[in-house]
Structures are given as structure tokens and as C-alpha cells.
Design a binder for this molecule. Structure first.
Ligand code: PGA
Length: 252
């Protein structure tokens, strides 16, 4: 089975309501040329419902939340549950982004709980992993990412794991303009696929989409997406401009 290519936008905390509607409309109006490509818009909660409605016009476009609470309901002021996300028609939830890990104290154990909650709600996690610069310089980046996967995902059975999308995002490349070289990305993606294969077998490993994130832009998307084990990107800054993101979508 040919695994899906995915161009996922992560809007982070950007775009007011009107701006978000305009951006979702502009992306959705673009006809995706490769039928094996899925476009995902990771929007703030405020935009989710409208983004789902806008995306109905294009079967290739799906909507993701950027976070959720690990519990399903209750007295957690300011939080958003998987049931709420599901009820507006979003299909994915980005989990474990390095900004959530750094600024909101999300660790591997909490993320394992969130992964379970997302899957139990019939949503699909886009699970982010990736190392800081010190770890890469120390040469332990592969072990570090392996630990993230083991502690947050590898308790799943094969059927559940098959619903997960992985995003490898080296922290030193996020929002910095520095991109991992295609060789660095390929090396890590290959290691990740090998770990999945060791745990779940080659069929599941070969069907898992592994995205690269960190300063993906129109100028570098083609080369990065061209690597054998890179199945697309999780794109921050360049997903906020319709024309840039559309060029990235067309880079497969
Ligand atoms: P960037 O962000 O493309 O702006 O580097 C990527 C991400 O954080 O998902």
C-alpha cells in the first residue's frame, strides 16, 4: 500500500476569525493534483467548526485541532475535550508539539494519556517528536526520539498505532529558518520507520506517514519531500500564507 503524503499546516496562535476563514477558503479552493496527498489544516479551536464546513468543498482537505485535554470532561476551566473536537467534525489532533512540551510542561507520560484519549474518540493523533540542539550536538538525537515514541506511543496495539501520523520536528529548525538537511531528515525518518517496524511489523511501518517539520517553505519542500521516508510536512510559518502553502502542497 502506498502511504499518504500529507501537507499539514500548523497555524499555532495566529489568525483572527475572519482571517482564518479567508485562509481556509483559499487553501480549500486549490485543487490537489496528486490523489495520494492529504492536506490538513491545524487551526485554533475558534476556527475548527467553520474550517470543517469550508473544507467540505474539497475531499483532500481535513481539519486538525492543535491540542486537547487528556480527560474527556469535567471541571477544567479553559480546556477543550476530544468530544468537543469530534463534534464539530475535525478528524485529527496535533499532540506533543515542542511548544506544548516547552511552555505547557507536556511530557511523554501525559502525551501517552492524550494519545489514548484522542484514539478513543475516533480521532487521529499527529504526534510530534524531535530533539533540541544540545541533544543533536551531543549525538544522542536518535535515542532521544526513540524514547519519545516508546513512552508515548508504543503501548498501543497495531490497529490503534496504524491511525497515528508522526511528525519529526527538530526543535532547532522550528521557526528559525534553519531546516534540517534532506539527509538529516531522511536519516531520522528512516530510524523512526525502523523502530515502528521492529515493534509493529513492516506493513504498519510502511503505511505510516512520517512528516518533517521545521522551516519547511516553498523553496525547500520538494527536496525534503523527495526523501524516501519523508511523507510530507508539518508547516508553521509558511502555512499562514495561502500561496506559500499551496506551493508546498504541490511539491509532492
Ligand atoms: P515552522 O513551524 O514551519 O514555522 O518552522 C513548524 C512547526 O512548529 O510545526
Amino acid at each position: 500500500m502506498k502511504r499518504l503524503n500529507i501537507a499539514a499546516g500548523n497555524w499555532k496562535m495566529n489568525k483572527n476569525y475572519e482571517e482564518g476563514v479567508d485562509l481556509a477558503k483559499a487553501i480549500t479552493a486549490h485543487e490537489v493534483k496528486d490523489s495520494h496527498t492529504m492536506v490538513i489544516l491545524g487551526t485554533p479551536f475558534i476556527h475548527l467548526k467553520t474550517a470543517v464546513e469550508v473544507a467540505k468543498a474539497n475531499p483532500n482537505v481535513k481539519i486538525a485541532a492543535q491540542n486537547c485535554h487528556q480527560l474527556t470532561k469535567g471541571a477544567y476551566t479553559g480546556e477543550t475535550s476530544v468530544d468537543m473536537i469530534r463534534s464539530v467534525g475535525a478528524e485529527f489532533v496535533i499532540l506533543g508539539h515542542s511548544e506544548r512540551r516547552a511552555y505547557f510542561a507536556e511530557n511523554n507520560e501525559l502525551l501517552a494519556q492524550k494519545v489514548n484519549t484522542v484514539l478513543a474518540a475516533d480521532l487521529r493523533p499527529i504526534f510530534c517528536c524531535g530533539e533540541a540542539l544540545e541533544i543533536r550536538e551531543a549525538g544522542t538525537h536518535i535515542e532521544f526520539v526513540a524514547q519519545q515514541l516508546k513512552e508515548s506511543l508504543f503501548h498501543l496495539d497495531g490497529a490503534a498505532f496504524a491511525k497515528v501520523v508522526i511528525a519529526y520536528e527538530p526543535i532547532w529548525a522550528i521557526g528559525t529558518g534553519v531546516t534540517a538537511s534532506p539527509t538529516q531528515a531522511q536519516e531520522m525518518h528512516n530510524e523512526i520507520r525502523q523502530l515502528i517496524s521492529d515493534k509493529y511489523g513492516a506493513d504498519i511501518a510502511n503505511a505510516t506517514s512520517i512528516l518533517y517539520g521545521g522551516s519547511v517553505k516553498p523553496a525547500n519542500a520538494k527536496e525534503i519531500f523527495g526523501q524516501q521516508d519523508v511523507d510530507g510536512g508539518l508547516v508553521g510559518g509558511a502555512s499562514l500564507k495561502a500561496n506559500d502553502f499551496i506551493q508546498i502542497i504541490d511539491s509532492f
